[in-house]
Ligand binder design. Structure first.
Ligand code: ZN
Length: 424
């Protein structure tokens, strides 16, 4: 067998090239304590792309900038831009390059500066990779969201809101907390010395917090009375329960009176029979005989009980910081119903009439949720059912887990924090 010299040379060259390549790759740029790097070099990645031999340029989308204009300014050919636009179809709408959002361009470090990737970040959670290398493609990626359990506790010194801000907790916790305990605690009457502890799940991406997923447990001390709330998913629906598994939410009566029929529904626009013009009707009219008792749909405090030119005799009740209801055109308001009075669910507050601007005897019932009027017949009312007996054991187990964590939290007011001397 004769030796094939050219073949042998190229074979040796190939080995040399390959080993050369390996050596270069294995040489770390910087001596590091982490000697593992030397054994097994980790390529530097950005958006999951190797950038060891590339340069990264970052920018924010400016007004009137498009993917084309940006790429053209980096010397990308129109042919390639067109191919990319084709590859993006059904993956990412190129018109959605939102002004002010971040993009990165990865180009080769050599003199050609050939653009390899364009990466756009429409929001904190996702990024789109537009590949302009040998294969042109577009890929939408979702970043992994980590859930981290966190807790806060404090004694209220001014308002709940200020206290939460002062201890450096996210302000969104305030509305979430109020939502959970709105039926137990009157958040308009928070006083200094009220205390709270909250365990919640924070969402974070690559170590940066992006929001609060949910509160898992809450302890609230109001006027020396203690309230608990525990999150639990029962029948595929998330709700909050007390220590025994009763829902923290109390529903309203379906209707405030025994009525004959609904004579007019809530609508943004209806013809007003007396004013003879189109007008929004932000209430539900229940036709009923004069004198029919009208009941408060839920417990609460009377905030208004008087005569108005249009409303006639009317009563308004605040049920909690979220819900209020109003009852119009009463023949008369029940004796004793006046501002500041506490009423129970189902308690009679007045009688059907046609005072004010009304054609016949009826009750105009109005419903407020978070200070705006909503359709009482359509509003999504909170459930009030206790935990299903089959799920009770599981709930109690979960409750015990959370209550143990709550017990570990101590109260510290922001003032205490400032006054605490530095440890020696
Ligand atoms: Zn009405």
């Amino acid at each position: 067998m004769s030796l094939n010299v050219p073949y042998l040379i190229s074979f040796i060259l190939l080995i040399l090239l390959y080993s050369c390549h390996s050596v270069i790759k294995q040489t770390p740029k910087k001596q590091n304590v982490d000697s593992l790097l030397y054994e097994n070099p980790q390529p530097k990645l950005l958006f999951g792309l190797p950038i060891d031999s590339s340069k990264v340029i970052e920018g924010k989308i400016k007004r009137n900038q498009t993917l084309s204009t940006i790429l053209q300014s980096f010397g990308v050919s129109n042919t390639k831009i067109y191919a990319l636009a084709q590859a993006s179809k059904n993956i990412y709408d190129l018109r959605k390059l939102i002004i002010g959002k971040k993009y990165s361009i990865i180009h080769k470090m050599d003199t050609t500066k050939t653009v390899e990737y364009f990466i756009f970040e429409p929001d904190l959670q996702s990024f789109v990779v537009f590949s302009l290398g040998d294969s042109v493609y577009t890929r939408l990626h979702q970043k992994k969201i980590d859930l981290i359990e966190r807790s806060i506790s404090a004694t209220i010194h001014s308002s709940l809101y200020e206290t939460v801000i002062d201890i450096g907790a996210p302000r969104v916790l305030v509305s979430k907390l109020i939502d959970i305990l709105a039926w137990q605690v009157d958040f308009f009457r928070i006083q200094e010395g009220d205390k709270f502890k909250v365990i919640y799940e924070e969402e974070s991406i690559e170590g940066n917090p992006i929001g609060i997923k949910q509160i898992t447990g809450v302890y609230f001390e109001h006027f020396n009375k203690i309230f608990y709330g525990f999150r639990y998913i029962a029948d595929q629906k998330e709700d909050y329960f007390d220590e025994e598994g009763n829902s923290l939410r109390k529903t309203f009566l379906r209707a405030p009176l025994n009525y004959r029929r609904i004579s007019s529904r809530y609508s943004g626009r209806r013809y007003h029979p007396i004013q003879k013009r189109y007008k929004a009707h932000l209430g539900t009219d229940y036709a009923a005989s004069v004198g029919t008792p009208i009941h408060s749909v839920g417990e609460g405090i009377v905030v208004e009980a008087k005569y108005g030119r249009y409303n006639g005799n009317y009563v308004k009740i605040k049920h909690n910081s979220t819900y209020s209801t109003q009852y119009l055109h009463m023949q008369k308001i029940k004796r004793g119903i006046r501002p500041g009075v506490q009423v129970e669910q189902g308690q009679t507050i007045g009688f059907v009439g046609s005072t004010g601007l009304a054609t016949g005897p009826h009750l105009c019932f109005r419903f407020w949720k978070n200070n705006s009027q909503v359709d009482a017949l359509k509003v999504d009312l909170p459930p009030s059912d206790p935990i299903n007996p089959n799920a009770l054991n599981d709930f109690l187990h979960e409750k015990n887990r959370i209550i143990k964590k709550l017990e570990l939290l101590t109260f510290e007011s922001p003032q205490d924090k400032k006054e605490t001397p530095m440890s020696p």
